[in-house]
Design a protein around this ligand. Sequence first.
Ligand SMILES: Cc1ncc(C[n+]2csc(CCOP(=O)(O)OP(=O)(O)O)c2C)c(N)n1
Ligand SMILES: [Mg+2]
Length: 733
Amino acid sequence: MELAASSVRESVSSGSGSLSPRQLVEIYRLMLLSRRVDDREILLKRQQKIYFQISGAGHEALGVGAALAMRPGYDWFFPYYRDRALCLALGFTPEEMLLQAVGAATDPASGGRQMPTQYGSRALNIVSVSASTGTQLLHAVGCAEAGRYFSANPEAAASAEGDYRAFRDVIFHGDEVAYASLGEGSTSQGEFWEALNTASNKKLPVVFCVEDNGYAISTPVEVGTPGGNISRLVANFPNFHFAEVDGTDAEASFHAFQAAVAYCRAGHGPAFVHGHCMRAYSHSLSDDDRLYRTQAEREADALRDPLAKMQMRLLREGILTAEEITALEQSVDQEVAQAAELALQAPLPVVEGVTRHVCSEDLDPTSSAFATEEAAAPGTVAGGKAGRAPSAEPRTMADLINACLHDEMRRDPRIVVFGQDVADASREEILAEVKGKGGVFKLTAGLQSEFGSERVFNSPLAEANIVGRAIGYAVRGMKPVVEIQFFDYIWPAYHQIHNELALMRWRSNGQWASPAVIRVPIGGYLTGGAIYHSQSGESLFTHIPGLRVVMPSNAQDANGLLRTAIRCDDPVLFLEHKRLYRETHDRAPYPGPEFAIPFGKARIVRPGADLTLITYGALVPRSLQAAERASRDHGIDTEIIDLRTLNPYDWEAIAESVKKTSRVIVAHEDMLSWGYGAEIAARIGDELFDYLDAPVRRVGALDTFVAYQPILEDAILPQPETIFKAIVDLKAF
Ligand SMILES: Cc1ncc(C[n+]2csc(CCOP(=O)(O)OP(=O)(O)O)c2C)c(N)n1
Ligand SMILES: [Mg+2]
């Protein structure tokens, strides 16, 4: 009687038309298995043996239908928490699910870090998903783009020693498809529309599945979806295959997915399957739907239960007798009970391991492998169509960032660059006539012309789209080096950065990682930059575990640190101060294509004996001015430390200097309160108290936004004068 999911998949994909009785029985078995794992979890939760439960009850027909139309370990999956049946039908086992529920060390998705149903499996190509509704859709889009890229450029998949590629294995198939699902409530998220936008525009092989159970917790569908039907709203997206299906009917669901997957595999574009299903239980075990649904409604919904419907069909059509149904139930129950027993005996995670996989355990960007600072030979100029010409002439930070991007893209075919206006021209045929844009600050100029539109391209004006897709690319082993046009507009992407980019490795217990680089122009001192072109806010990012945050103050450091950012295996936020892009004082000769600076190594900008000034970014030149004046006017000898990387940061350099001078100021452009300096000052107070002769001082902007009128801007942001006064003051303390 029993038949494995894989054999259903094979026999179905080779055959045509309706499903055989044996196939229907296997579909029923998988649906039942899913429901019974839910029921077992509910029992375990009531016994307080697990800590959270959310069920897939009512969604089983859609999940099994999708899974049987696709290929585990070949296609790619970005499911959501209702996709228990999908995952079981792909090959995730009941025991593995229950290991998640108990939070076991052997939980294959996260090692006890994530809630149950936040699935993940390398073997099955189920990419780790979070609890955030809708974020995974953009990952699926980036994943599909990466698959297409590798198919067109198979040589890019080759491994390479000496950078992240040694640890990012690549698999791809020319006709692979990515699956991404969500509830109908989550279609209200902007990222849903951003994902459809790119999938449509680029004709990507992504099957979007909306599992419409009519509610988002207690909120009915019409609140978030005008008119109450998402299919009507998306119907005009070009290039899509659309299907609206009874998602409580397993066979209809399966056929809908079969057609959708075939459309995607053939390369016609994305597909949108809208399945009307139902919620057999409340939202989760923490919810009681009797509070917001009438009894009549709940009873009517119960008649649509896909499991009951399938069982009735098997009986009605004489495929199974009542006795055979009972036997099947017993065998499924036994399987689930055994799985629960094993899960309850499984080893629990060790407390000592909690910080494992915050960052890469394989490649350490603070290591000497990235210390080619001295070895690199200055004297050649990178960039441009002509390639590298010898030159020792000093170049700006903007030039040397651009040069690094050219160098690295030549060296590593897995790098793609995208963002708003980063291309020379999206309509590439006009490049014969026009010079091209290459970024609003021209940092990416010439990249598209040299490396083509497949590797350098404009994104829609949507920051979450940029970072979300970058994550999808990066989990496939590519190296997206994306640009957020202004730090002031990074906020729509903050969710992706905080909950996805930085977390991918830790939450999947090292199974998945998304080491993308995000370049971001930041900061003020622009004279007229005002509120929305002058923001700082780096401490909001250094507060995110797993994210490396870099902020160079000069051309040479920018070049060497960007190289490390690109070659390392962690996600990096690379903050480029706009005011420093074209300054004359921070220029440097092009240091060559192998020049790298390790993270977490500060630079002593000015040695001194009397006082330590810790800073970074645009306050480095301002601090230098202040220190020179303090030396001239008062004979105070200030040591200036440029941190260069903010997370990790060079505690040894700080400690060594403070032990020598016993007086310390932390100065930054960002607002004083809750700023980056608070952490450094606190740690100095904590660990170096015995060495201090005075309190730790901080210099920062006033606790307000940056105003447009230059008189106001000058008063708000810290000036050389502000720092000078702090130096004199502290020396006199
Ligand atoms: C970004 C985000 N906001 C809010 C939540 C809390 N939340 C979890 S599930 C949910 C409702 C989702 O409804 P729907 O998309 O219809 O999926 P369903 O649970 O009905 O299958 C909400 C609001 C969340 N997890 N993520
Ligand atoms: Mg819903």
